[in-house]
Design a protein around this ligand. Sequence first.
Ligand code: C2E
Ligand code: CA
Ligand code: CA
Length: 733
Amino acid sequence: MGRQNLAKPYQIAVVAVGAAALALSLLGFRVESLDARFVLIVILTAATSSRFTIQIPRASTNITVADTFIFLTLLLYGPEAAVVLAAIEGTCSGLRASRRKLTVLFNTASNACATFLTANIVRFVFGDVPGLSGATPYSSVLALVCTMALAQYITNTTIVSVAHAYKTNQPVWQTWTHHYLWSSITYVVGALVAGFVVRFGDAVGVYSLLVTVPVISIIYFTYHKYLEDIKRTAAQAEAAERGRAEQAERHVEELSRYVAELEGARAELQASKEHFRHAAFHDSLTGLPNRALLRNHLQLALGRARRNDDQFFAVLFLDLDRFKNINDSLGHGAGDQLLMAIARRIEGVLRPMDTVARLGGDEYAVLLDALVAETDAINFAERLQIELMKPFSLGGHEVYITASIGIALSTNGYDDPENLLRDADTAMYRAKEKGKARCELFDKLMHARAVALLQLENDLRRAIERQEFQVYYQPIVALETEKIVGFEALVRWRHPTRGFVPPDEFIPIAEETGLVAEIDQWVLRESCRQVGEWHNLSPVNRPLTLSANLSSRELTHTDLIDRIKRTLAETSFDPRCLKLEITESAVMDNAEAAAAVLARLRELGVRLSIDDFGTGYSSLSYLHRFPVTTLKIDRSFIGRMSEDTEKFEIVRTIMTLASNLGMDVVAEGVETHRQLAQLKLLKCEFGQGYLFSKPVDAETAAALLARQVAGRKLFSSRVTGDLVIPPATTYIN
Ligand code: C2E
Ligand code: CA
Ligand code: CA
């Protein structure tokens, strides 16, 4: 620091010293020596200094060939004249280089100083100059020339280097070697030319001096060209290097762009891979893991439990109770919202190591890992149930929901995650059976039941081909005449090892497995054949009706109509004698579709009966649109109407409803004379029940018919106790 501040004082000092040198020279300058030749030299100097310049590559300084004339002047006119010329040359070149006064003055002064010193060094070494003549030996000329060149070179470049070094704040030595070292050649050449001219031009006149002009010019232009070449080569090299660098840069850029593109593509790929992986293992509605991911987690948990004896876990199978009601009443949008809200609630009570998955529909499963006691699982299930009982807000509605939960523990010894889920599912069904909104632990008994169920399912598949089914017939009786007007066909299964299996046990399984269609088809064909046979036995039997049950699962079967049509044709059974019984819930759950199917069945001439009437939710507006001919009052009403006035009122209401809709009524499950009497008072036309006959095999049924044909009374009607009929309260129009 601070050295840059020295640049100006240094320049001023040089100017002062230069002024002194110039002043001294002017004082010693002999005016008589001024001749035309000197004037010519001054003019040439001024001209070359301003025009013939050489830019030193990578340096800010120019060198002029004017040095030649300064050396020439020194040799011809002596030191004083040389200093004056140097000052003139310095001013000229200074003016050309800069407009700053100090720079011009410094240039003038440095030239004057250097020449002053050079001239005095030469004078000190060689005595007075001029002194060269044609007789001076070459060695002396060479010595003089070299001394002159060296002195001028050193003094001039030193003065300038110092100034330069101060300005750029760099060491003098470095500045000198870097910018001025090589310029020695111009001084040597200049001195040689000057020495040659003086030594060989015996009388160096104006003309001989003019001869130097082309020589100097040639030297100058050659050198200039050489420098230009260097500069061009350097520039070319630089350009090539820049080009290479740019190319390399472009290449690098291109590469990095390519790499970036690749990275981008990979990140996409990665994203879509993640997306697919996520989609494959998650439920799209709730975002919860799906069954596949849960199975993976279960597999890992099973592995951990196997390795560690005191580690166990539980699987909870959770099914919402009456979720369908929400969907039906508030719409599927609300249903979806509820499923999502439930997912969040379950997540809310889980520990970090637990997993909740949605298995589909309204079913969820929870893996409770690292449990300490069995009660932990039950406690958790109960906490979950309490959590889910809190109201949900769905589009302005407060919705309450309960869940049934089945629990399976890993301690039962499992290998397959599916079995764990299956058992939790079984326990959940048990919870539903026991009244819903509760939890059940899967136990050995349930296991046995589940195994038996599975066995039953397998057996059921083979029961048809093994002809294990049989049709039983239960008479339907006209209450007034107590005569058999028809039969209901009821299926019976004689299992080879279990014996009799009631339909309530296997029909639900048959419905779940889809086997029910086949069973019903068989029952229908067999009973049509049988009742048709009875029709042919006696004209009295002609109007006998056959009631056959149609599973709710079958209503949506596409070939149902064709199948029935075919069966009727095959057995030559009069369609008007066939009554198909469809449960109330089957019809009402799917009212629109059911109405269409029922209409087509009606077109076949078949009559239709709504079974178990009163147990479902019948919409009266629908009821009158269905082409139904009969309502069968569920036996739960008949069974209790003698003790329960409410049940009695329901029966009375159904009777009124049916007569208003033009339908007839069959009372199911008539077991007592009292019930019979009550039904007669209510003007119920038909009845079916143990009072008349249990379902019986074909042979027994045929015997009953034979008695009837023979005109014998079938049943003895006897009313026990007083019959009190409450007054009618409700009538439906
Ligand atoms: P369902 O259609 O309501 O049949 C009447 C059921 O009531 C019969 O039971 C019959 O035995 C019983 N029953 C009749 N009178 C009385 C009585 O006075 N008291 C009592 N307690 N019960 C009486 P079953 O034969 O065990 O059939 C049960 C159910 O299985 C049937 O109820 C029906 O839903 C179904 N089912 C029976 N056979 C078939 C069939 O071939 N196809 C289909 N899809 N379902 C059938
Ligand atoms: Ca029935
Ligand atoms: Ca029934």
